[in-house]
Design a protein around this ligand. Sequence first.
Ligand code: DAH
Length: 380
Amino acid sequence: MTDYTALEQEAGARIAAAQDLAALEALRVEYLGKQGSVSGLLKTLGTMTPEERQEKAPKIQHLRQSVADALAQKKAAMEAAELEARLATEKLDLTLPAPEAPRGSVHPVSQVMDELAEIFADLGFSVATGPEIEDDWHNFTALNMPESHPARAMHDTFYFPHQDHAQRHTDGPQGHRTLLRTHTSPVQVRTMLSVVEKNGGGAPIRIIAPGRVYRSDSDATHTPMFHQVEGLVIDRDIHLGHLKWTLETFLKAFFEREDIVLRLRPSYFPFTEPSVEVDVGFAIENGKRVLGGSGDAPGHGWMELLGSGMVNRRVIEMSGLDPDEWQGFAFGVGVDRLAMLKYGMDDLRAFFDGDVRWLRHYGFSAFDQPTLSGGVGARA
Ligand code: DAH
C-alpha cells in the first residue's frame, strides 16, 4: 500500500527546504518529470481494476496537484526573495550625473549654410536647389558661355565619359553633354525657367542656392568638390544699388560686425553685365587678418570675396523672360571660404577629410545653432 499522505508530506518538506532554483528544478524532475515518481504512479492507473482505480485516482491526482502547487509557490517565493535582496543591495543614486552620450557635431559648412538661409530669409529670399549632375546647356550655354567660349576652359570641368565622340551632343538631357556642375549659377537659369513655366510670367524672384560644385583642382585652398551659394534677384527696376545694399547687409549679419566695408571693382563674368568683384576690407591683428574697416586704411588691405553683377540680358532671355521688362542681380560666393574667414580655419582640405578631431574642434552643437546673435532685423 502506498502512503500518499506520507509521500505528499515528504515532497512538501523537501521542496520547502530547497536552497535554490536549480535544486527546485531537480525536485520537479524527480517527482513530475517524465520518469518522475509521481508520474510513475499516474501511469499505474492504467493497470488497475476499475474499482481500484476509482479509489486511487483521486489520491494520486491530489498528490500530483499538491506537489505542483508546492513547487510553484516555492519558486515564486525564491524569485521574490531574490528581488528583495537585489533591491536591498543595489542602491541607485539618482543625483549622479548621467554618463555623457556620444554626440556628433554640425559641420562648419552645414552651419554656414544654415546661417546663410537664415540671413537671406530675413531679406525675403527662399532657398532653391538644382542638380549636381548638370548638362552643359544649363552650366554654360544658358549662362552666355557658348561652345567655344574661353571661360569654359577656365572651369576645369569634370565631364561624364561618353562612348562615342560623335554622340557628344546627344548625351544627357536636352541633347547636351552631362557634367558635374562647376558652379551654382545654373540654378539661376533653372529657377527662372521654372517660374516662367509655372506663372507664364516672370518675377519677382529672390533666391539663394547653396550647394556642392566640382572642379578638377586641388591644393590648400582648392578641393575637387567645394560649396558655393548663388544669389539671384529678378524684378522690375532692379539696379546695382540693390546689389550693393543686399551684399552689405548680408555680410554685416554674417560676420556679425557693423564695420564691414565693401569695395566694388569692375570685373568680367559672361553671365553678368556689368560685373563686379566684391572685396572686403581687413586689418591685421596679431598677425591674422580680421575683417572690418576700410582696406585703404594704413595697415589694412582688401580681400577678394565674391563675384556678382547685373544679370546679363542674354541670360534672362535664354531663361525665357523678357529682358526689357525684367532685370536683376546675381552673386556667387564660396561657402567654405566664408566658413574659413568667419571661424578661422586655414586649410580647406581638412573640411573634407572627415577627421573627427577636426570636427570636434570646429563642429557646432546641433542644439544651439545657428549661432548668429541676431538676424538681419536685429541690426537695422
Ligand atoms: N559662378 C561664378 C564662379 O563660380 C561666381 C559668380 C560670379 C556667380 C558672378 C554669380 C555672379 O552669380 O554674378 O566663379
